[in-house]
Ligand binder design. Sequence first.
Ligand SMILES: NC(=O)c1ccc[n+]([C@@H]2O[C@H](COP(=O)([O-])OP(=O)(O)OC[C@H]3O[C@@H](n4cnc5c(N)ncnc54)[C@H](O)[C@@H]3O)[C@@H](O)[C@H]2O)c1
Length: 301
Amino acid sequence: MTDQLRFDGRVAVVTGAGGGLGREYALLLAGRGAQVVVNDLGGSVHGDGATQRAADGVVEEITLGGGEAVANYDSVEDGEKIVQQALDQYGKVDIIVNNAGILRDRTFHKMSVDDWEAVYRVHLYGAFKTTHAAWPHLREKGYGRVIMTASSSGIYGNFGQANYGAMKLALMGLANTLAIEGAKYNIFVNTIAPIAASRMTDGLVPEPIYKAIGPERVAPLVAYLCHEQCSVSGRKFEVGANWAAEIRWQRTSGLRLPLAEKMTPEHIAEHWDSLTDFSTPDYPVSSLDAFQIVDDQVKSG
Ligand SMILES: NC(=O)c1ccc[n+]([C@@H]2O[C@H](COP(=O)([O-])OP(=O)(O)OC[C@H]3O[C@@H](n4cnc5c(N)ncnc54)[C@H](O)[C@@H]3O)[C@@H](O)[C@H]2O)c1
């Protein structure tokens, strides 16, 4: 059995930690020794309003349990203020869990610019601002663990969630490049797509399922990915209901024509089955893998 994974001496920022998944991450990290900045704006699930009660409640839970935490009430749109609080209070930052989120679900034809921008500003811009503010400190120390929170709605699509799905998959794109840029500084950036009972999913899943998929069943994977023992970066995981699995890209071997020939739409139509045949796939992991085929094509003429 692995020794207990501890976070003594580590400082974690968890955004949107006043409830739901973020609260569980904060409780677990603090329960294992981390000093935690519990960030939460405390607004509604649609992003209206604000209250300090959400973050205060979680800080109280942590401190009553003997842990160390401080509340932060800023919006992730002002992520630099959250990171500054970690620096002021604890002198450094080691872990960023980008978790804050809202919903503005509407079918695309009814979606307003405001619905789009509100979801953009919390999920994508907020994770950018918070991570961007922490980045120089992580680089300077040569240590960091960063989590981005995606969603199956981004990976696979979901009716009524064009704004949310777009931002969630964009976070995975952000993580892909940060993992590359962070590698030599020992900054690892991974993405999760969780499924859990929270106010976001309340009423959307049948009651017996809702009761069984508490956010505490997601937190262990997040804690592992935030630990110094975790040696992976740029990876993507689905997690929920005591299930955690990695996902990756798969590509068909595809249709290839010599460059000397002219490819036409009719070629595509004629060879559609082989272009989309996954019986002999490969699993690209970098943009070099994408470029490799093009290079082969050019070399073989
Ligand atoms: N619950 C699920 O099944 C599920 C599925 C996929 C993705 N997610 C993602 O997981 C994350 C956590 O969601 P949850 O299910 O715990 O929902 P939740 O509503 O309980 O938690 C989100 C928290 O973020 C806070 N927040 C919102 N806007 C903020 C802002 N601008 N600044 C700071 N805090 C802000 C909210 O106050 C709230 O406490 C979200 O990013 C969500 O999109 C959840």
